[in-house]
Design a protein around this ligand. Structure first.
Ligand code: BV8
Ligand code: ZN
Length: 260
């Protein structure tokens, strides 16, 4: 169901999707040669992956910021692994949605494209995105604290905390924890591409976690046309050329086009 803004809608301007803004975004994308998309948990919400904000983000009353840290892992690796294994189990059967698929079509349609995601759920990769950087890692990969080996592991982890098959060192999820640096190459790639883009899409993120949230800010400062897609306002909304009030799986197919 598409909500309309403007004189005929009685609801507040912040919760409606403006058709003229949708047209403007579609026209900008159609003319663009260089596009960057930054995504957050919101794009996976319609696939059934809980976001981080509010009650959804809590686990056994722990906030993500409490568990996703090197200190929490050092203090209690079993507790942190139980959290990650519960998220892996929760994501085992989820599938990409129309929002993920639209970004794959967009990637195929523009000469220069980069998808920078904060999501560790691997759904963009599953959808077929290729020109992509995972700024915060991926929870289907395990990294050894002993020998540094990294391997993909989608099977259920029965024996927690898991151990390395090479050196029997302790394994951790190959994600970026709070207080840890992002993969340098990935972050630089995102900043460089965002500053040089014709259009930057910011999809399903509360724009509160840094330095990822600084990427669209850098694009705005470079005069790039930044389009936000989020059913709610964020600290970035004011600075965007367009802030489309809607859900990713609804709005992205509208502005990317080409949906079968
Ligand atoms: C670092 C992986 C150097 C692990 C994650 C500057 C200012 C303030 C603080 C800092 C700063 N610089 C650094 C910090 C500290 C910190 C930080 O930003 N803290 C925040 C909380 C204030 N940053 C760091 O620690 C970073 N490292 O800076 O290292 C350093 C080193 C030492 C000391 C200082 C600095 C590392 C950050 C990465 C942490 N790892 N994930 C895991 O997943 O377990 S972050 C994790 O949370 C996600 O990856 C994501 O980034 C973030 C959640 O944000 P979102 O994805 O946006 O999700 P959220 O739920 O918040 O919002 C969802 C949105 O979607 C909402 O707006 C909602 O309205 C919308 N939505 C809902 N449904 C839909 C939708 N949108 C569209 N469609 C829908 N259907
Ligand atoms: Zn090892």
């Amino acid at each position: 169901m598409m909500m309309v803004s403007g004189p005929m809608s009685s609801t507040s301007p912040f919760t409606t999707l403006s058709p003229s803004d949708v047209d403007a975004a579609r026209a900008r994308l159609a003319a663009a040669r260089r596009v960057v998309a930054l995504t957050g948990a919101g794009i996976s919400a319609e696939s059934g992956v809980p976001t981080f904000r509010g009650a959804e983000g809590l686990w056994r009353s722990f906030r993500p910021e409490d568990l996703a840290t090197p200190r929490a892992f050092a203090r209690d690796p079993l507790l942190v692994w139980e959290w990650y294994e519960s998220r892996r189990r929760g994501m085992g059967a989820v599938r990409p949605n129309a929002g993920h698929d639209a970004l794959v079509r967009l990637e195929e349609g523009v000469p220069e494209f980069l998808l920078a995601t904060q999501n560790v759920d691997g759904l963009h990769g599953l959808a077929g995105s290729r020109r992509m950087v995972e700024l915060h890692g991926n929870l289907w990969r395990l990294r050894c604290l002993g020998c540094g080996a990294v391997r993909e592991e989608r099977r259920e982890l029965t024996d927690l905390p898991p151990r390395c098959t090479i050196c029997s060192g302790l394994l951790r999820p190959d994600v970026v924890w709070f207080g840890e640096d992002l993969p340098a190459g990935a972050l630089d790639q995102a900043f460089t591409a965002a500053r040089a883009a014709d259009v930057v899409l910011v999809v399903g993120t509360s724009s509160l976690v840094y330095p990822a949230a600084a990427v669209p800010e850098a694009a705005v400062s470079a005069g790039v046309f930044v389009v936000e897609i989020n059913p709610e306002r964020t600290p970035l909304s004011e600075a965007c050329a367009l802030s489309l009030r809607g859900r990713a799986a609804e709005v992205l197919p509208l502005i990317v086009g080409g949906a079968a």
